[in-house]
Design a protein around this ligand. Sequence first.
Ligand code: F6P
Length: 345
Amino acid sequence: MAKKIGILTGGGDCPGLNPAIKGCVWTAEKLGFECVGLNEGWKGLVEGKTVKLTKKTTEYLVTEGGTYLGTSRTNPYKKEGMVKRCLSNFKKLRLFALIAMGGEDTLGVASRLHADFKFPVVGVPKTMDNDLSATDYTFGFDTSVTRAMKAAHSLIDTGRSHRRVMVLEVMGRHAGWVALFTAIASAADYVCIPEKKVRVKEMVEKVKKAYARKKFALVVTSEAAELEGISGDLEPQQKDEFGHIILKERGMGEKLASIIQKETKIETRHSVIGHMQRGGAPTLFDRILGLRVGIKAVELVKEKKFGMMAALKGNEIKAVPLSKSTGKLKVIDKKWFEIMDILFD
Ligand code: F6P
C-alpha cells in the first residue's frame, strides 16, 4: 500500500495555494505516495476530516485562487487536548507525513510539533504579506500586489479627473511589503508602512507639492501604519487564536484621508480594497512558485527531511529549517528606506 501524505492549508488563503497542492499531489503520485487533504487547516487534523486528492481532482488547481482544502486560523496549542488529537488522528489516518502550508502562525505550529514530538512535518511557505523569514518571497504576494496596483491605477484615473487626493489602504498586517510595492509600482506620491511611523507634517507637505505639480496625488497606506506621536490604537481589540487583531477595522485609509483633507483643504477620498487583493486567480509568478515549493515539499518527505520548509532562495527552491522561518517576521529594512527616499521625494 502507498504511504499517505496529509496536506493542510492554514491561516488566510492566498493565490498560489492551489498550485502548491497540485505540485504536491502530482509529485507524490510519481514517487509512489498518495495524498489526502485535511480540511480547514489544523482544524482538519484536530477533527480528522479529510478529502481524497488525486491527479484528476487537482489538475486545474494551478489556475485557481483560494484553497481547495479550505482554511481556518485554528491554533491547536491554544486549546487543551487539541495537540493530543492532532497526534492521535495522524496515527488513525495512517499518515506517513504531513505537509503544512501556511504563514508564520501555521508554520509556527508545525515547527513546534516537530520540536515537541519529532512530528514528521514539512512546511510550504505562503502569505500575501510576504513577511515570512528564510524565504525570499512567498506566493500570494505577487498576485495581491498586482491586484492592489490595478486598484491604484483606477484611483489615479478618477483622482486625476476630479482633481482630488486619493488614499488607498491595502492589507499586509505588520509588514509594509504590500503597501510599499504597490506604491512604488503605481508611482504613488507617498507611502505609509508599519515599519516607519507616519510623520503627518512631512506627508502633508509631499501631498501639497505633488498636487501643485499635477492637481492630483496618490497616497498608499498599509492597514497597520501608525501615526507618529500616537501609539496604542492597535490595542485592545478582538483577537484571533494566534493573537492578531483585525486591522482593517482601524480604518487607517479613512483616518489619513481626513487628516489630508483638513490640512491641505483639498478634496480627498479613500478606498479600502480588503480581501479583493487576496482572492482571484494567481499570477504566473505565484503559479510557478506554488508548484515548485509543492514539488520540493514532497521530495523532502521522500528524503525524510522533517522539520524543514521548501523556500525560495535566489532562483532555487531549497530546504530551510522551519524554526528559522518562524519567530521573527521579515519586515522592510534600511535598504528599502533608502529606495523610498529616492522614489517618494
Ligand atoms: O495575513 C494575511 C492577511 O490578509 C493580512 O494581510 C490581513 O491583515 C489579514 O490576513 C486579514 O485576515 P482575515 O481574512 O481573517 O480578515
